[in-house]
Ligand binder design. Structure first.
Ligand code: SF4
Ligand code: SF4
Length: 325
């Protein structure tokens, strides 16, 4: 039997992920391994355990409940909670995901990330904010993880949203068969398309895959979809150099009028708690967030090409140049 598609979060009132107020639905599962990923709990398609050390009293109940011996014995809570503590509650290599431990934790220190929901359940929740969509031009944004990793589910969700009169966006890394993207974009009013690097070697080093398929898909998509927003996560030491942005502006501008805007998304490290909850040592942990004002210089490359550009993805910053449509 096919494993169900899991949702990590349904996030209301987003203003950074498409027009107006959005409700973002995050699907679990992604073929990329971006080293700076801000949603590490969406990478694996399976349900995972969060262990929140600040809530853990080290009572030991989870250890007694675990059938796999996958839980370390308790230590004094004040030592386990220290920022530099190397103590982890879960021995991930032994864990089989049975979630018996979660049932016995009385302190919410163990939580499951990833739950199965039906299309109707998701849409009922998204529809709660319809008055806000009507006033702002907002709607549903399907994100992840990677929506194209679950084409059947994602298309049904988008079609269902449209049948209810909701505006739809997908947020994709573009790494899939083009036919999948074509089918999914048919049901999306706006496609938010991630662009990370033009150099394939650098792309592979930081995301785990080469960029050829992504760039080809973006080029092909620009010929059949009329409303594409390019999203560039600007990451220190990876793609914050001006040369990349000059070349990216030239490439994007060559794609024509279906590219409606470019969002430069400055790297931040607000997600570091989530890495800790998953027991992952995050290589970007010590890297400071990028000050958005630094990206004004980068934004100029896009403006010079006549492209609309924002820093951060919300609202709209005028370029002084008319949109090329
Ligand atoms: S049951 Fe909960 S509070 Fe007790 S040791 Fe396990 S995680 Fe900590
Ligand atoms: S999910 Fe199951 S196997 Fe994993 S730590 Fe909890 S009880 Fe043990």
């Amino acid at each position: 039997m096919k494993a169900p598609v899991l949702i990590t979060e349904i996030q209301r009132f987003s203003v950074n992920d498409g027009p107006g107020f959005r409700t973002n639905v995050y699907l679990k599962g992604c073929p990329l391994r971006c080293a700076w990923c801000h949603n590490p709990e969406t990478i694996s398609p399976r349900a995972e355990l969060f262990w929140k050390k600040r809530l853990c009293t080290q009572c030991g109940a989870c250890m007694d409940a675990c059938p796999q011996d996958a839980i370390n014995p308790p230590i004094p809570p004040e030592i386990a909670r220290q920022e530099d503590s190397t103590y982890h509650k879960i021995i991930r290599e032994k864990c089989n995901g049975c979630m018996e431990c979660v049932k016995v934790c009385s302190y919410d220190a163990l939580q499951v990330t990833g739950r199965a929901m039906s299309i109707e359940e998701i849409l009922d929740e998204v529809e709660r904010d319809r008055p806000f969509y009507d006033n702002s031009g907002g709607g549903l944004t399907l994100s992840g993880g990677e929506p194209t990793a679950h084409p059947e589910f994602a298309c049904s969700l988008l079609d269902g949203a449209r049948a209810r009169g909701l505006h739809t966006c997908i947020d994709t890394n573009g790494y899939c068969e083009f036919e999948v993207l074509r089918e999914m974009s048919r049901a999306a009013d706006v496609v938010l398309f991630d662009l990370k690097h033009l150099d394939s070697r650098r792309h592979r080093e930081e995301t785990g895959v080469e960029n050829k398929r992504i760039l080809e898909n973006l080029t092909n998509l620009s010929r059949i979809h009329h409303d594409i927003w390019i999203r560039i996560p600007v990451v220190p030491g990876f793609n914050e150099d001006l040369e990349f942005h000059r070349d990216a502006a030239a490439f994007i501008s060559s794609l024509g009028g279906s590219i409606r805007r470019v969002d430069l998304l400055p790297y931040h490290n607000w997600c570091q708690d989530k890495y800790g909850w998953l027991g992952i040592d995050w290589v970007y942990r010590e890297i400071e967030a990028l000050d958005p004002s630094i990206l004004e210089i980068h934004a100029d490359f896009y403006r010079e090409k006549g492209l609309r550009v924002t820093i951060g993805g919300s609202g709209f910053e005028e370029t002084g140049t008319a949109l090329r449509l």
